[in-house]
Write a protein that binds this ligand. Structure first.
Ligand code: P5A
Length: 446
C-alpha cells in the first residue's frame, strides 16, 4: 500500500476524550472514529488489525475442530422469554419493536439462538460432540461505555457453544477451549491468564476469565506470581485427548488466580506472602460450563444409545475480538505510539523515502516495494512529499514492527537502514539483504 493512496487520518493533537493510552493511540493513528457513545466506525487501518485478529481466532478455533457459522445480530424477544432471560438480562439489552409490534432485541449473546438451532436439527447422540461458533457484533447498553473499544456498546465477539452428551464430555470441551484460548492469545503477543470468575447473566457456576495484566484494566485481580511464569509456547496438545487437555487445565489453573468477585482472603493467604499479588487486568475472554440449563428450556434433547431422551450438556465461550485491539496496545506501546506484535500488525513493514522525487531514492523504494510484495508481504510505503520527521512520526505512531529507511546518502554507499520499532536498533544493509531480513522474520507466519 502506498500511503499517498491510503486513508490514514493521523491526528496531530491528543484527543481529549481519551483517558487511556490505547484509546488515545487508536484515535491518533486513524484506526477508529466514534459514531456515538461506545459505538465506533473502523477506519481502514483499524479494520485491518481487526481482521488479522479475527483470522487468528478463526484459525485457532478450526484447529481444534470448532465449526464456523453466522447468526444474526437481531433476535426475537420470544426466544428469550423461553429461557427466562428476557426479563433478567435487564436494561443492558437493547429492545425494540418491529413494524408489526413484535418484540425484538439486538443480541448481547447467543445462547438461546444456538440452542434453538441445535434443538431443531440434532436428534441423536451420534451427532455429538458438536461445537459451533461465530464472530458477530453484539450490543450491550453498558451504563458507562468507556476507554474506546475496551468497553463498547457495540463490540465484536467470538462466541462459541459446545453440545455434549455428558457432563464429563462438556468439561472436556471446557478444557479444550482453555487450551485453544491460551494458544490464540499467545499468537497475538499477549499473556492472558485464566482466573476463576463469576458467571453473571450467562449462568452456571463454573467459569474462568482470561485476563491481560495492565494498570488500566477494569478488573481487580488477585494471583500467585508464579502464574506469570507459565507460557503455552508451541506445545502440540492432542485436543481430543481428555487427559492431555486436563493436564494443561491443571497446570494453568492450580495456582491461586481470581477476580475480585470470587476472591477468597483465606485461600489467598495460603500463598507465600512474597508471591501474593493484587493488580488490574483486562478481560479478553471467558469460558463457561452451565450444564443442561438452556437445553432443558429450549428442548435440545437427543436419544442416547439406549433410546432414552436426555438434555444436552452445554457451555459457552467468548473472546472479545474488538476489545483485543485495546488490550494489545495497552500491553505493547511506548511514548511515540503503538508497537504491534508481528502476529497482528496491519502491514509487515514500512518503507520511508527520505527524499521523494530523488531518482535514486524513488527507484530504490519502488524496487523494495515490489520485491517485498512479490514475497507475499504487505509493506506500507510512505511516498508522500513530507519531511522526514513527519514520516518517522507517522510510522512510530502506527507501530509497524519494522521500518526500512531509504535516502540518497545511504544509497550512495549501497545501503538502506532497517529499524526495529520495538528496540529502536538500526542496521545498514544492501536493499536485497533488507528484503531477505524482513522475509526471514515473517517466514512461515504469513
Ligand atoms: C460466552 C460467549 C459471554 O457473553 N456468551 C457467549 C458468553 N461471555 S462474556 O464474558 O460476557 O463476553 C465475552 C467477552 O466479550 C468481551 N466483552 C466486551 N468487549 C467490549 N465491550 C464490551 N462492552 C464487552 N463486554 C464483553 C470480553 O472480552 C468478554 O470476555
Amino acid at each position: 500500500m502506498r500511503l499517498s493512496r491510503y486513508f490514514l487520518p493521523v491526528l496531530k493533537e491528543t484527543p481529549r476524550e481519551a483517558q487511556i493510552v490505547s484509546h488515545r493511540y487508536m484515535l491518533q493513528a486513524g484506526m477508529i472514529k466514534q459514531a456515538s457513545a461506545g459505538i465506533y466506525s473502523w477506519l481502514p487501518l483499524g479494520f485491518k488489525v481487526l481482521r488479522k485478529i479475527e483470522n487468528i481466532v478463526h484459525e485457532e478455533q478450526q484447529r481444534v475442530g470448532h465449526l464456523p457459522m453466522l447468526m444474526p445480530t437481531i433476535q426475537s424477544g420470544d426466544l428469550w422469554k423461553q429461557s427466562g432471560r428476557h426479563n433478567s438480562y435487564g436494561p443492558e439489552m437493547l429492545r425494540f419493536q418491529d413494524r408489526h409490534g413484535r418484540e425484538m432485541l439486538y443480541g448481547p449473546t447467543n445462547e438461546e439462538m444456538i440452542t434453538e438451532i441445535v434443538a431443531a436439527y440434532v436428534n441423536s447422540y451420534r451427532e455429538l460432540p458438536l461445537t459451533l461458533y461465530h464472530i458477530q457484533w453484539k450490543f450491550r447498553d453498558e451504563v458507562r461505555p468507556r476507554f474506546g473499544v475496551m468497553r463498547g456498546r457495540e463490540f465484536l465477539m467470538k462466541d462459541g457453544y459446545n453440545f455434549d452428551l455428558s457432563k464429563e464430555a462438556a468439561l472436556h470441551a471446557y478444557n479444550r477451549h482453555l487450551v485453544s484460548y491460551l494458544r490464540t492469545y499467545e499468537r497475538m503477543g499477549l499473556q492472558a491468564i485464566p482466573m476463576r470468575a463469576d458467571s453473571g447473566p450467562i449462568g452456571g457456576d463454573y467459569t474462568h476469565e482470561f485476563l491481560v495484566l495492565a494498570e488500566t484494566g477494569e478488573s481487580e485481580v488477585f494471583y500467585d506470581s508464579e502464574i506469570t511464569d507459565l507460557t503455552f509456547g508451541d506445545r502440540d496438545v492432542d485436543v481430543d485427548d481428555y487427559s492431555a487437555c486436563q493436564a494443561v487445565m491443571d497446570e494453568f489453573t492450580s495456582r491461586y488466580a481470581r477476580t475480585d468477585e470470587t476472591h477468597d482472603e483465606t485461600l489467598f493467604n495460603e500463598v507465600p506472602e512474597s508471591r501474593r499479588r493484587s493488580a488490574r487486568g483486562i478481560e479478553v475472554g471467558q469460558i463457561f460450563y452451565f450444564g443442561t440449563e438452556y437445553s432443558e428450556k429450549l428442548g435440545a434433547v437427543v436419544q442416547d444409545e439406549t433410546g432414552q431422551k436426555i438434555p444436552l450438556h452445554m457451555g459457552s465461550h467468548g473472546i472479545g475480538v474488538s476489545r483485543l485491539l485495546g488490550a494489545i496496545i495497552e500491553a505493547s506501546h511506548d511514548d511515540k505510539g503503538i508497537i504491534w506484535p508481528q502476529g497482528v500488525t496491519p502491514f509487515h513493514c514500512g518503507i520511508v523515502n527520505l527524499k521523494q522525487g530523488d531518482e535514486a531514492a524513488d527507484g530504490a523504494c519502488e524496487s523494495l516495494y515490489s520485491a517485498l510484495t512479490a514475497l507475499g508481504l504487505e509493506p506500507l510505503y510512505d511516498d508522500r512529499d513530507e519531511r522526514a520527521g513527519a514520516k518517522f512520526g507517522t510510522m512510530d505512531m502506527i507501530g509497524l514492527p519494522w521500518r526500512i529507511t531509504v535516502g540518497p546518502r545511504g544509497l550512495k554507499n549501497g545501503v538502506v537502514e532497517v529499524t526495529s520499532r520495538r528496540t529502536g536498533e538500526s542496521e545498514e544493509l544492501p536493499p536485497e539483504e533488507a528484503v531477505a531480513k524482513i522475509a526471514k522474520i515473517y517466514e512461515g507466519k504469513l
